[in-house]
Design a protein around this ligand. Structure first.
Ligand code: ATP
Ligand code: MG
Length: 431
């Protein structure tokens, strides 16, 4: 029978990979906590309508990337392609948003039907944040500073650059849209097919195109920055000043528009050259209109999401993963001979109780002394605790170094904890 394989673009994370993921997730969790952000977890499935209404009907995601299906009741459901919509839905549903300030972060899988390639998958993972109830540029600066601090913790600072833009107010964007459309109309027949269609539906997205011919036409197109209203300009300047004062470097990229409909004012991306074409590792911006668009009271909001797979690829390829993220056991315990296994279990359990910082691996399943020693060695443990019939009968334990200095010793059971604590240089719990 043919073996069943995982779905294309949906990856298993094997034991060799999860330590790097845990390292990244824990580092992010710690940074969020230092800035006073609270974690939120929402379902991976939502009503399809939620994404259509928030992300926008005429976006890559909604047009061609969503995993949408009817459930058994005939409801149209979609595996979340991003995190913001669900967080806003949950915030509204549970009364977290109106007249309140919230700083929320999330992590988890997202689903988009894209062509799988390096840095682009169909199930991928994001770590993101959403802040509600703060309208000024200071919170925009804070979310960027938070991400900058995360890069610093991870050693990525020199490998990423920050690109910034302002999309202005809705009115400014509408005026710009008209100007852009009348400019592009002159070259309509030379545009790529997607862009020609977008001319009528979502012209700003044309700025995002990767088609070389269209890109050439865009070089002389009107620039969004020239259409910004006073308030949007002031907001953007406030953000730039804050970043300058905190020593975060950035480049203003007037072509940065982001692929989702709900953004206004600030948009930003952290980009790297270390990953080839999939160079954006973190992206975000302000979305003051979204909460109202989904039926809530008008609520200013700003957020971002980073691509975990892309960050892991960077950490791996740049050799930035710390060596100690997947430590071997400190000690392995082997039980050789009749009636030794139960006694060995009590030795290991006592050790775990007495030395909470120690990693103790039991070699289970029995076998000869030689084969168990082999397994103990293979575990990478620095010490092995040997329990044979003599030790079990006498209430003793033999301690032998595998990758450490020292002599083999046979000790009374109640002396083992303190001895191993000394060997490992860790504190024993006072009992
Ligand atoms: P891209 O331009 O690369 O398609 P995007 O604009 O669609 O990105 P966002 O919706 O802003 O991406 O998502 C935020 C981040 O999530 C991206 O910057 C990227 O790091 C990551 N990401 C997005 N789509 C994928 C994917 N299919 N596979 C892996 N990571 C992804
Ligand atoms: Mg995309």
């Amino acid at each position: 029978m043919a073996r069943i394989q995982a779905i294309r673009g949906m990856n298993d994370l094997l034991p060799g990979q999860t330590p790097a993921w845990r390292y990244l997730e824990n580092t992010a969790a710690e940074v969020f906590s230092r800035y006073g952000y609270d974690e939120i977890r929402t379902p991976v499935l939502e009503q399809t309508e939620l994404f259509k209404r928030s992300i926008g009907e005429v976006t890559d995601i909604v047009e061609k990337e969503m995993y949408t299906f009817e459930d058994r009741n005939g409801d149209s459901l979609t595996l979340r392609p991003e995190g913001t919509a669900g967080v806003v839905r949950a915030g509204e549903q549970h009364g977290l948003l109106f007249n309140q300030v919230q700083r929320l972060w999330y992590r988890g899988p997202m689903f988009r039907h894209e062509r799988p390639q390096k840095g682009r998958y169909r199930q991928f993972h994001q770590i993101g944040a959403e802040c509600f109830g703060m309208a000024g540029p200071d919170i925009d600066a804070e979310v960027i500073l938070l991400t900058a601090r995360l890069w610093k913790h991870l050693g990525l600072t020199e490998h990423v650059r920050l690109e910034l833009n302002s999309l202005g107010s809705n009115e400014a964007r509408a005026r710009y849209r008209d100007a852009l459309v009348s400019y592009l109309r002159q070259y309509e027949s030379d545009l790529d097919e997607d862009s020609r269609r977008r001319l009528n539906t979502n012209p700003l997205r044309i700025l995002d195109t990767k088609d070389p011919e269209t890109r050439k036409i865009l070089t002389d197109a009107p620039v969004l920055t020239d259409y910004l209203d006073e308030a949007s300009r002031a907001h953007f300047e406030g953000l730039c000043q804050a970043l300058d004062a905190c020593g975060v470097r950035y480049v203003v990229n007037p072509a940065l528009v982001r692929g989702l409909d709900y953004y206004c004012l600030t948009v930003f991306e952290w980009v790297t050259d270390a990953l080839g074409a999939q160079g954006t590792v973190c992206a975000g911006g302000r979305y003051d209109g979204l909460v109202a668009q989904l039926g809530g009271k008008p609520t200013p909001a700003v957020g971002f999401a980073m691509g975990v797979e892309r960050l892991i690829l960077m950490l791996e390829s740049l050799g930035l993963l710390p060596e100690d993220i997947n430590p071997a056991p400190d000690a392995a315990v082997i039980a050789v001979g009749q009636g030794t296994q139960t006694y060995a279990l009590t030795v290991a359990e006592d050790l775990r109780t007495a030395l909470p910082a120690a990693r103790i691996q039991q070699i289970c399943g029995g076998g000869s002394f030689k084969s168990q020693m082999k397994k103990a060695d293979k575990s990478g443990a620095r010490w092995v605790l040997i329990i044979g019939e003599n030790e079990a009968a006498a209430g003793q334990v033999t301690v032998k170094p595998l990758r450490a200095e020292g002599e083999q010793q046979t000790l009374e059971k109640n002396a083992v904890n303190a001895y191993l604590a000394r060997c490992l240089g860790i504190e024993a719990e006072k009992s």
